[in-house]
Design a protein around this ligand. Structure first.
Ligand SMILES: *[C@@H]1O[C@H](CO)[C@@H](O)[C@H](O)[C@H]1NC(C)=O
Ligand SMILES: *[C@@H]1O[C@H](CO)[C@@H](O)[C@H](O)[C@H]1NC(C)=O
Ligand SMILES: *[C@@H]1O[C@H](CO)[C@@H](O)[C@H](O)[C@H]1NC(C)=O
Length: 552
């Protein structure tokens, strides 16, 4: 046996110390409760109970507990507390925890123990896994296991999302769980179930919101019932638990709230109502893969504005409570969709929930694959490792709020940051001679931009940005009135920052771009401005985002 050398001992000591340090911080984390609960709304923002109401930005992950087993996924893979401790370090502050209505209205289901539930599905490996990793929940009734998950979430905010009635992988047009009056969607039973759930979690201070029903859909969909029963559901939840925010889905798979423009939803209470929408890359006509990306992004964001985002402009809160991408990064449509949507999430500074935390499913009904991996999951099949760190890093750019009540100060007045969704970074200046670079948005300079003046300048200075030509780095200078210091947002997507330079005596258009080999900002020929289809525009996609200074 080799003797321990001095370096080895030092290394071991280092890890022991690191371990102690980490356990201390995580212990602290689980003890802290959600601060300044309960929340309410102030215009389009969700705010806390601090004096004046400070903005709370929900940056959530969905965690499924509505599957056939009716147990939060992953508990046969890792200890519950290990999973819930992974959430904050990835930058998320919230979980959208899904549940099937039957969990509270079907006594014979709710009283099954976790073991019995897996037993009846023949999932014996999962029973062994839960025995190994979470022995304390194995003999709990399903409803108590659900409560144990909420408890373990500790200081993470929780949205309880009624996802369906029958436990199963959601959803289809014809699954009879889709709209009021469907075989498994009796509005009165639903209201009874919502009331029970709201009552059960009254006083549980990390449960900050309840979403009434996931993705209304199917042939029975109609506005009359939507207005009637959503109002009744909201009143029932508020009556049973006035602390929680009430979140309400739109029609057509939670894509469409356009009808609220003409007819608001009338409720007896104020300051607790939030709407939600969902968006994915699939099911969108010719599609993200084959359409010109500028055209597609403009088309979808235009629809999203008419369907739902207009509510923000009217001072009503809307959350993007589902979106997500294949984390393998191999789906071109998903990649383009994500870049387009990150731009929107930053610009509108919305609250959101990513689909999903889940690394794998106990059983995926539909195909009945046991232990199926979830390529949209932030965690891997092992429920420890991150599936794709670079995509997670991009998404982390929109985890912190850019603006909102109580966030600005004298030192941090509202300004612009130049956000680059492809990298999740912002354009930073180091000095007037060094080229611009990408870096964390929290380190961004205070850019100023008024579309009518078309100057990109730095607050409190006489400096503005000037283009020098194709492949060349733009620079800051004091000469602000020439055509090459004039910047406009162009293309269908309006995400290209364009200027004009002189080339062989004629004026040509260039667009801000990233030179990835030297990691600097340059200007290049603008990409994909025409209807050209097989064309990647995203290195030139930027958003001028209102911010009061990152890291707030
Ligand atoms: C209640 O749950 C059990 C177990 O999943 C199921 O067999 C039964 O059909 C459910 N009852 C109703 C009324 O849905
Ligand atoms: C807008 O709503 C319609 C249904 O009314 C839907 O077909 C369309 O896909 C939605 N668009 C977006 C971007 O959500
Ligand atoms: C992560 O996604 C990127 C695309 O954004 C892709 O190039 C990379 O291969 C992915 N990594 C893994 C481990 O899947």
């Amino acid at each position: 046996m080799a003797r321990f050398s001095c370096t080895k001992i030092i290394i071991i000591l280092f890890y022991v110390l690191l371990f102690l340090l980490l356990s201390c911080t995580t212990l602290q984390n689980t003890k802290t409760k959600v601060k300044a609960f309960p929340f309410h709304t102030n215009g389009r923002w969700i705010v806390d109970e601090e004096e004046g109401g400070k903005r709370v930005k929900l940056a959530c992950l969905s965690w499924m507990a509505h599957g056939l087993a009716v147990v939060a996924e992953g508990l046969s893979k890792q200890p519950l507390d290990s999973i819930t401790k992974r959430i904050r370090p990835m930058g998320f502050n919230c979980i959208r925890l899904t549940w099937p209505l039957e969990l509270v209205i079907n006594e014979s289901l709710a009283s099954l123990t976790v073991k019995e539930s897996f037993n009846r599905l023949g999932l014996f490996d999962d029973i062994n896994g839960i025995q190994a990793h979470n022995p304390s929940i194995l003999d709990l009734p399903l409803i108590n296991a659900f409560q144990a998950v909420v408890k373990s979430l500790g200081d993470k905010m929780v949205i309880l999302d009624n996802h369906c009635t029958k436990p199963s992988m959601c959803c289809s047009e014809t699954d009879q769980n889709g709209f009021f009056g469907d075989k498994y969607f009796d509005p009165h039973v639903w209201i009874k179930g919502l009331t029970k759930m709201a009552t059960m979690f009254n006083g549980v201070t990390n449960v900050v919101a309840m979403s009434l029903r996931n993705e209304p859909r199917g042939p029975r969909s109609n506005l009359k019932d939507w207005y009637r029963y959503m109002a009744e559901g909201a009143e029932a939840v508020h009556g049973a638990n006035p602390n929680v925010l009430v979140i309400i889905s739109g029609l057509v798979w939670d894509q469409d709230l356009s009808f609220l423009k003409n007819q608001p939803l009338k409720l007896s209470f104020n300051g607790k109502l939030v709407f939600e929408v969902h968006q994915y890359s699939y099911g969108k006509g010719p599609g993200w893969q084959i359409e010109n990306p500028n055209k597609m992004c403009a088309k979808i964001l235009g629809e999203a504005m008419r369907n739902s985002s207009f509510l923000l402009e009217q001072g009503r809160p809307v959350m993007l409570s589902e979106f997500g991408v294949n984390m393998k990064g191999t789906n071109l449509g998903d990649n383009r969709f994500l870049n387009c949507y990150l731009g929107m999430l930053a610009e509108l500074d919305m609250d959101w929930a990513l689909w999903t935390l889940v690394g794998s499913y106990y059983i995926r009904n539909g195909d009945f694959i046991v232990g199926a991996g979830e390529v949209y999951g932030v965690l891997n099949e092992d429920w420890i490792r991150v599936r794709n760190a670079s995509i997670l890093h991009k998404i982390s750019a929109v985890q912190l709020p850019f603006r909102g009540p109580g966030l600005s100060s004298k030192a941090n007045k509202q300004h612009k940051v130049i956000f680059h969704p492809l990298t999740g970074l912002c354009v930073l200046t180091k000095s007037t001679v060094d080229p611009l670079r990408l870096g964390p948005c929290s380190n961004s300079d205070h850019w100023q931009y008024k579309p009518q003046e078309t100057k990109l300048s730095i607050e409190g200075t006489l400096l503005c940005l000037k283009a020098y030509g194709e492949g060349k780095a733009p620079k800051l200078g004091r000469e602000c009135s020439s055509p090459n210091s004039t910047w406009k947002m162009v293309s269908d997507s309006k995400m290209h920052l364009s200027s004009r330079v002189n080339k062989n005596g004629s004026s040509v258009r260039v667009c801000l771009d990233v030179d990835t080999t030297n990691n600097i900002i340059v200007t290049n020929t603008c990409k994909c401005l025409t209807t050209h289809k097989s064309c990647d525009a995203e290195s030139q996609w930027f958003k001028l985002v209102d911010s009061v200074g990152g890291g707030v």
